[in-house]
Write a protein that binds this ligand. Sequence first.
Ligand SMILES: Cc1cc2nc3c(=O)[nH]c(=O)nc-3n(C[C@H](O)[C@H](O)[C@H](O)COP(=O)(O)OP(=O)(O)OC[C@H]3O[C@@H](n4cnc5c(N)ncnc54)[C@H](O)[C@@H]3O)c2cc1C
Ligand code: SF4
Ligand code: SF4
Ligand code: SF4
Length: 408
Amino acid sequence: MLRIESADHDKCCGCTACVSVCGTHALQMEPDAYGFSYPRIDNDLCVGCGRCTRVCPTMAADAQRDLKLQQCMHSVVALASDPTELVTSTSGGMASVLARTFIRQLRGVVYGASAADPYHVRHVRIDCEDQVSQLKGSKYVQSDMEGIIPQIKMDLKDCRNVLFVGTPCQCAGVQLCFPNHGGRLWLVDFVCHGVPSQQMLNDAYKELGVDVGSVAFRRKDAGGKSEYGLFLRDKEGRLCYEGLYGYDRYITSFLKGLNYRESCYNCRFANHRRASDITLGDYWNPDGKYSHLPGSRFGLSQVHANSEHGEALLNIAAEAYHSEQIPISKLLAHSEQLRKPITPHPESQLFFSTYMQGKSFIESCDTALEPFFRRYPFYRLKCALRQLPRLVWDYVHAVPQFFKKNTP
Ligand SMILES: Cc1cc2nc3c(=O)[nH]c(=O)nc-3n(C[C@H](O)[C@H](O)[C@H](O)COP(=O)(O)OP(=O)(O)OC[C@H]3O[C@@H](n4cnc5c(N)ncnc54)[C@H](O)[C@@H]3O)c2cc1C
Ligand code: SF4
Ligand code: SF4
Ligand code: SF4
């Protein structure tokens, strides 16, 4: 009998496609000890119809055959032309540009990840422009998809246009659930290096002693520089904790690939063949070639059109963003996760075993990354000292020029 017996932990990405199509409610998502959810089967309810295996993007051979993976047709570096959109987004604001265009011009509905409840990041449905801000920003944690695929089904049945934004594996699950959407479903994914669990994030909040009202993982400073960190506000909106990469345990463990879902380390979607119509990602402009794009210092996105369907949506949105072509080869060199899954941190196993033994999240990060956290402040100091001669030089040259300018 073909069915999702028990999910293979190194493959199952938790997309919930199997649970969503099971007509007898024989499958339910249940968290493991690390907080990652997997489907569990109730044998008494299962009738062996095999629907679950036909939509599983990672474990079922049939579904993997049916999954349409497309190569990028063309790629651009892009950013929102609205400065507010740009500065409030993670990179170039292209996810919001697409969501807004979709609602305004196609009268569609958009699904994306919301951290309105910072203790439960989940996918939500929006259908008016005022709600786009809910989806804004990368949440570096797994977003709960429970109940989303049935909602998409209802929207498609009502002949609505649907835009789904999510991880590549979530897009793959959604694609397999709706093979005949009649051109009304658009899938947008992003370059993805992996996800920790909500349980780990909630543990981090608790250990920091913060009652969290909102969470962010990236911010842009006044000069536009993007910083990775854990930024927590209380229920009154006051900033009550900020921890940057190198100091905060949650964001550091995330960026070091210490504590992801097991499937992320074997991700079959970490390459340039995508299940989505459009792929987004950060673009760091390493050679400064795209600095002439207006507002570029506040962030740039890479955008891949993987299908004509995706290309059509980008054309509809064209007035809302600035862009310039970039060869795909350059993006493949820029973004490792367009070529291969992330390599687990060498101390990943140590983190998971420590966490499993009941040690706190922060303690488990400290155990695994102890040498790094010890050395990091010295590394920062060394960087600052290295910059010192340049600062002194700039100062020494600025003073005579100041007097020259201001002497009548
Ligand atoms: C877990 C994760 C890992 C990432 N890894 C990389 C990477 O390795 N390299 C890279 O170039 N870019 C990565 N990104 C993408 C990057 O952070 C930006 O989202 C991307 O550059 C688009 O930026 P933006 O300004 O257009 O949109 P943003 O304002 O960032 O909007 C992001 C969109 O993604 C959706 N989203 C946010 N969080 C989640 C989530 N947890 N699960 C599903 N959907 C979500 C939201 O609905 C929103 O529509 C990652 C994003 C996430 C969430
Ligand atoms: S085989 Fe059918 S009934 Fe059984 S779990 Fe899968 S979808 Fe549900
Ligand atoms: S990958 Fe998705 S469809 Fe497959 S078993 Fe896991 S949750 Fe179900
Ligand atoms: S790395 Fe792969 S498996 Fe993990 S969340 Fe991203 S797309 Fe899914």
